[in-house]
Design a protein around this ligand. Structure first.
Ligand code: ATP
Ligand code: MG
Length: 280
């Protein structure tokens, strides 16, 4: 006899679907958002958008997000303002897109490029032509008119072949580049080229975070929507106002504030105690 067992939905932690459909996560789960974005990354990998190493990078980001408290902290807000001001002031702003970014925030990436008049360039650490094409397709489906990265004719000096490929009309000639979730070595190479480099990186200790001109220590899923808001507000500012925002900025101080925020937070949590606390 064949018995069909039908359990109520809350007995299953997730609903699994085959193919490219995402695992459905119950909204009641205490870490719903975290699981949702984790699924987006997994789906990105299954669809050939995200590299395997991107899964590890995501986990590393999550760990630091726990430490900062999974919210946008004041030093990140300040860095975002400066980043947006610099993008608005730039002659050739470029926003770089990799597999994690395309899986997590495709819509926001396209919108941020629009509101800052930046070009979009697919730029991958583990470059394959197929992945570049797929990411470009994702961005185009989301509304991007132009996506660079498919015809790189230039090389970033100091990086070996695949990792250094960039487009002449994109990162090569950019004066300001936003390279979120980027490898430290490549961030450093861009700085050496004389570019003004902005990064979004949850790990304040990473090489990228320490090399960039502006480091936004925040989750990209919070940072990009906030940067879009800021850009809409700030695009009416005069050049002088924007320049003042940029000139008063000190990235070294911002990184120190992030470290002190983490220390303070951990000290407070240790004092209060975290055992069986629902919210921390
Ligand atoms: P580095 O090369 O800069 O020293 P790394 O080798 O540890 O750093 P990479 O994989 O090269 O890290 O870069 C990815 C970076 O992106 C990591 O520092 C990680 O913490 C960060 N990261 C991952 N996911 C997110 C996210 N959603 N938002 C912001 N940062 C993230
Ligand atoms: Mg790295």
């Amino acid at each position: 006899m064949h018995i069909r067992l039908t359990l109520p939905f809350y007995i299953y932690p997730f609903h699994f679907f085959r193919g490219s459909k995402m695992v459905k996560i119950p909204k009641s789960h205490p870490r719903y958002w975290s699981l949702l974005y984790r699924e987006k990354i997994i789906r990105g990998m299954e669809e050939g958008i995200t590299a395997k190493a991107g899964l590890i990078a995501h986990g590393r980001g999550e760990a630091f997000d726990y430490l900062i408290g999974e919210r946008t902290i004041p030093p990140a807000e300040e860095a975002m303002k400066v980043a947006v001001a610099k993008l608005l002031l730039a002659n050739h702003p470029v926003i770089s897109v990799n597999g994690n970014v395309a899986a997590l925030v495709p819509r926001e990436t396209v919108e941020l490029a629009k509101v800052t008049r930046a070009k979009l360039e697919v730029n991958l650490f583990y470059r394959t032509e197929e992945r570049v094409k797929k990411i470009a397709e994702v961005l185009k489906k989301t509304g991007a008119k132009e996506v660079l990265g498919l015809n790189p004719t230039k090389r970033i000096p100091g990086l070996e072949s695949e990792r250094g490929k960039v487009e002449e009309d994109g990162i090569w000639k950019a004066d300001v580049v936003l390279v979120p979730l980027e490898d430290g070595d490549r961030t450093e190479a861009l700085v050496r080229m004389g570019k003004f480099v902005i990064t979004v990186d949850l790990n304040p200790l990473s090489r990228s975070a320490r090399m960039a001109n502006v480091t936004i220590v925040d989750n990209i899923i919070r940072a990009y929507p906030r940067m879009i808001e800021l850009a809409k507000e700030m695009r009416d500012y005069s050049r002088e106002e924007l320049e003042e925002i940029v000139n008063n900025y000190d990235n070294n101080k911002i990184l120190s504030e992030v470290l002190l925020h983490i220390r303070r937070r951990l000290e407070e949590l240790a004092k209060e105690g975290i055992w069986r606390k629902e919210k921390i």
